[in-house]
Design a protein around this ligand. Structure first.
Ligand SMILES: Cc1cc2nc3c(=O)[nH]c(=O)nc-3n(C[C@H](O)[C@H](O)[C@H](O)COP(=O)(O)OP(=O)(O)OC[C@H]3O[C@@H](n4cnc5c(N)ncnc54)[C@H](O)[C@@H]3O)c2cc1C
Ligand SMILES: NC(=O)c1ccc[n+]([C@@H]2O[C@H](COP(=O)([O-])OP(=O)(O)OC[C@H]3O[C@@H](n4cnc5c(N)ncnc54)[C@H](OP(=O)(O)O)[C@@H]3O)[C@@H](O)[C@H]2O)c1
Ligand SMILES: Cc1cc2nc3c(=O)[nH]c(=O)nc-3n(C[C@H](O)[C@H](O)[C@H](O)COP(=O)(O)O)c2cc1C
Length: 546
């Protein structure tokens, strides 16, 4: 059998790209990293690298799913985390699909940070002529100006470095399945032009498996639940829990500001309800998302997101295997850590609102929050991992004042911050804006917070219980009332933190901050915007909102 490492003239490449690919394939064949050239009578494949920048797994799962689809369509597809790619080596990836989320506040996900830096190295940025690419950006509209920013920046930078954008970027909101599928369909069409006519190349790089450094998202630590305490008093409309997991024997540690990833199982009542309503065979054997098989009931309990079928009674699927394969893999949920290791060695604490609501008379429950609140007995374990949040850290200097705005479960990281400042005897001033519905029933961690005010750890404490009076009173109203002092703290160099609801509270608090700067700093609207932007740039305004 003769191998001819030659890209046919008909292939959709420029002469330059063809020359590069021919050279690359010849080299790869010599090195033994590619084993195909143009083989007479054998259908040829187009190499396609699907790279992902991902923090909590969405872009990663999508990249892996699309790589499978690409392979089934005849591409020689490989998938790679951006941390396993060197920007200078991108030239070896003539067809690149790049999927990235945005994290923090318009930042790269952790595994894309180094790649992004390499793309921006003064004087030594790679030249990417010959690379054809498309970018899919994952994000969330609630983040406003930073919506899909990481994807937008990478897309522009690749073009500026000479790569050829073959398909337009698509920016996806939280429901990314549909736009992602449309983007992929375009990619198959455009990148696949000439499929079966070209030289086949084996994947030029394989996904580099994460180095096994102990427990991780891929290898979660089985942590035992050691406390589950209701934080709301009887009569409350809410069910918020203080949960503690043991880290005994894990060797794991975390910093205040980090989040905990929790793997959960769907509720048996819901799963059995779906099986009954759709007349499914609970013991049929079906594929699992990462390989292997299980009964349908076990697959739905532990491996797939299926809440959208709860309370819905359409016709049952005709092909169980393809229906199950179309479901999203059950994702771990993130929770802001509510403890300091210095105060609670070998433990990690959470403050979790159990999600329960009704639609059309049907009761619904959030998967992970009710798993921890209701279905995980004390002493039983579940998989956990730590999600580092470099953007949400106490100031490096313990003397710097901090202002914390965290209504509801937004209190979580501030309990961690305050425990840390208490344990380290930090001299900096601390100011907490906190609130919830009613003081009587919903003052989470009341004793600890009041104790901190009495001990002086909390220099200032401003409370906003929204439903204790006819008019709603929210944390941002307290900020405005105390505007002069807030401005003075900012001018002293205070760091300003916000945690909790992204869709309403964080936006209103941001507006209140601008108002305080404008009114008490004597600034115009534009100057206030610039002042707040400078705070962000100096990493003195950080948000952990969801
Ligand atoms: C970085 C980060 C930190 C977080 N920290 C915390 C924390 O400290 N404490 C905390 O409690 N949560 C926190 N969350 C939120 C948490 O990750 C989960 O999103 C939350 O617990 C819900 O997950 P679940 O699995 O219980 O619900 P899911 O099964 O994911 O269901 C939630 C979905 O249910 C639907 N839904 C919810 N309420 C209603 C309603 N009233 N009407 C109609 N539909 C509704 C919505 O579609 C919603 O997206 C954090 C999130 C992030 C990203
Ligand atoms: N978009 C949403 O539907 C949404 C938003 C937030 C939270 N949640 C969910 O609700 C559950 C509990 O959340 P949580 O315990 O963290 O509390 P929360 O619902 O965020 O409420 C905490 C406090 O914030 C108040 N609040 C409401 N709107 C506000 C605004 N625009 N600015 C400032 N404060 C505001 C609430 O008042 P009132 O309730 O009296 O208005 C309450 O006093 C979580 O599961 C969360 O996912 C959903
Ligand atoms: C703490 C946090 C910060 C985020 N910041 C942004 C942001 O600044 N802009 C944006 O568009 N999306 C933002 N998102 C939304 C994520 O990009 C989105 O959830 C995405 O699907 C996550 O994909 P991943 O799991 O691959 O990281 C943020 C999400 C979280 C939880």
């Amino acid at each position: 059998m003769s191998l001819v490492p030659l890209i046919p003239e008909s292939a959709p490449f420029t002469a330059e790209q063809r020359a590069w690919l021919n050279g690359f394939l010849a080299g790869a064949l010599n090195r033994g990293t590619a084993r195909t050239g143009l083989i007479e009578g054998v259908a040829a494949k187009i190499p396609l690298t699907i790279a992902f920048g991902s923090q909590s797994g969405n872009a990663e799962s999508l990249a892996k799913r699309l790589a499978k689809e690409a392979a089934s369509r005849g591409f020689a597809a490989c998938v790679a985390g951006l941390d396993s790619l060197q920007a200078a080596d991108l030239i070896k990836h003539p067809n690149l699909l790049l999927i990235t989320s945005t994290w923090g506040e318009g930042e790269m996900p952790d595994n894309a940070v180094s790649f992004w830096e390499q793309l921006n190295q003064n004087g030594s940025s790679p030249v990417l002529d010959g690379v054809r690419y498309g970018v899919l950006a994952l994000g969330d509209h609630n983040y406003g100006d930073t919506f899909c920013l990481a994807g937008k920046m990478i897309d522009e930078r690749l073009a500026a470095l000479g790569a050829k954008r073959l398909i337009d970027r698509v920016d996806c909101d939280v429901d990314f399945d549909e736009p992602a599928s449309a983007w992929a369909a375009m990619a198959w069409k455009v990148f696949g032009e000439g499929l079966d006519k070209q030289v086949a190349a084996e994947p030029v790089s394989k996904a580099v498996e994460e180095v096994d450094v102990g427990w991780s998202k891929k290898k979660p630590f089985p942590a035992a639940l050691v406390a589950n305490v209701a934080l709301n008093a009887e009569g409350s409309a809410k069910d918020t829990r203080h949960l503690a997991f043991s880290l005994e024997g894990s060797g794991l540690s975390y910093e205040p500001g980090d989040a905990l990833g929790v793997f959960a199982r769907n509720g048996p009542l819901m799963v059995d309800g779906i099986i009954a309503a759709h007349r499914l065979n609970a013991s049929a054997v079906v594929p699992l998302p990462d390989g292997g098989e299980a009964t349908l009931r076990e697959a739905l309990l532990g491996y797939y997101e299926c809440r959208k079928f709860h309370g819905v009674i359409p016709d049952g699927p005709t092909d169980l295997t393809s229906w199950v394969s179309s479901l999203r893999k059950l994702q771990p949920r993130l929770y802001s850590i509510a403890s300091s290791l210095k105060a609670h060695p070998n433990e990690v604490h959470l403050c979790v609102a159990a999600v329960r609501y009704e639609v059309g008379g049907v009761a619904h429950e959030g998967v992970a929050s009710t798993f921890m609140a209701d279905r995980l007995p004390i002493g039983e374990t579940t998989g956990i991992f730590f999600q580092v949040a470099k953007h949400f850290r106490l100031p490096a200097s313990e003397a710097v004042p901090v202002i914390m705005v965290g209504p509801g479960t937004g209190i979580a990281p501030f309990r961690a911050f305050l425990e840390e400042r208490e344990a380290t005897h930090a001299s900096g001033k601390n100011w907490l804006f906190y609130g919830d519905q009613r003081a009587e029933t919903d003052f989470l961690y009341r004793e600890q917070i009041q104790g901190w005010k009495e001990s002086g750890l909390l220099t200032e404490l401003d409370l906003a219980f929204s439903r204790d009076q006819a008019e709603k009173v929210y944390v941002q109203h307290r900020m405005i009332e105390k505007g002069a002092m807030l401005w003075a703290w900012l001018e002293e160099g205070a760091h300003f933190y916000v945690c909790g609801d992204a869709s309403r509270m964080a936006k209103d608090v941001d507006a209140a901050l601008h108002e305080v700067v404008q009114v008490h700093g004597g600034k115009s609207g534009d100057e206030a915007v610039a002042y707040v932007a400078a705070l962000k740039k100096a990493k003195r305004y950080a948000r952990d909102v969801y």
